[in-house]
Design a protein around this ligand. Structure first.
Ligand code: SF4
Length: 234
């Protein structure tokens, strides 16, 4: 079956995934830009992995849109880092927001929806805005790693994303957390100060807590819930 708008069959996508499995981030991004730009976008909330991909993307194609979903519950440090990255690299960061403001959400669904129904809160503040933001793009770069969680263990470097009807590119799929931090330190990249304050994965303020030594890096997200993902990468 061909994905008509993109003109790549399932077989070709699998071949691409195999071809890029062992390639460097820059080479993967160079191919993605040559193949899909200007219908290529990255998404990021400026976590450590996103910063690593942006450092490469800035060398390859800094004009590539970087979609940031501002939930209204983000840490102020995330907004500060966004501006530091924009200033350092001249990135084309585009902020998208939910249709409902936090105040409207509170009025309709009650306050602290994230405690009572985090899936609905994520749907309103992340999943639906992402769907709107990705409309019209043929390919999407995300900074996921396979070893981040069981839900990410099988991601391909190149894969088809049926939900958004586009090609998803995960240039850090094979990277480990250690490798990400080695790269950040070696290259003196900016990163969120929250990592130095006990956080290992950074999302919205109400759904993110510090982790203890030895705990899994994503155990601080939706603590006490079965939820492992906000849903945008499922
Ligand atoms: S992570 Fe929490 S606050 Fe953010 S959108 Fe999801 S449920 Fe809402």
């Amino acid at each position: 079956m061909n994905h008509s708008r993109i003109d790549l069959s399932e077989f070709e996508i699998k071949q691409l995934a195999r071809r890029f499995e062992t390639r460097g981030v820059e080479e993967i991004l160079e191919w993605a830009v040559a193949r899909f730009s200007p219908s290529l976008a990255m998404t990021s909330n400026f976590g450590a992995e996103g910063v690593v991909v942006m450092d490469h993307l800035a060398r390859v194609a800094p004009e590539t849109p970087i979609i940031y979903l501002e939930t209204g519950f983000q840490f102020p440090q995330t907004d500060e880092l966004k501006e530091r990255l924009r200033a350092r690299y001249g990135l084309n960061i585009i902020t998208h927001r939910a249709e409902l403001s936090v105040e409207e959400q509170n009025r309709i669904h009650g306050e602290r929806l994230y405690e009572r129904d985090p899936d609905l809160c994520c749907r309103i503040r992340k999943i639906e805005p992402l769907a709107a933001a990705l409309k019209g793009y043929d390919a999407w770069v995300a900074a996921l790693r396979r070893d981040q969680s069981p839900t990410r263990a099988n991601i391909g470097v190149v894969e088809w994303n049926a939900r958004h009807n586009l090609v998803k590119i995960n240039p850090l799929a094979t990277w480990t957390r250690r490798r990400v931090w080695d790269y950040i330190v070696t290259n003196d990249l900016p990163y969120s100060p929250l990592y130095d304050d006990g956080y290992a994965s950074i999302g919205c303020v109400p759904c993110t807590r510090r982790v203890m030594a030895g705990q899994h890096e994503r155990s601080g997200r939706w603590d006490g819930e079965k939820k492992l993902e906000c849903g945008i990468h499922l």
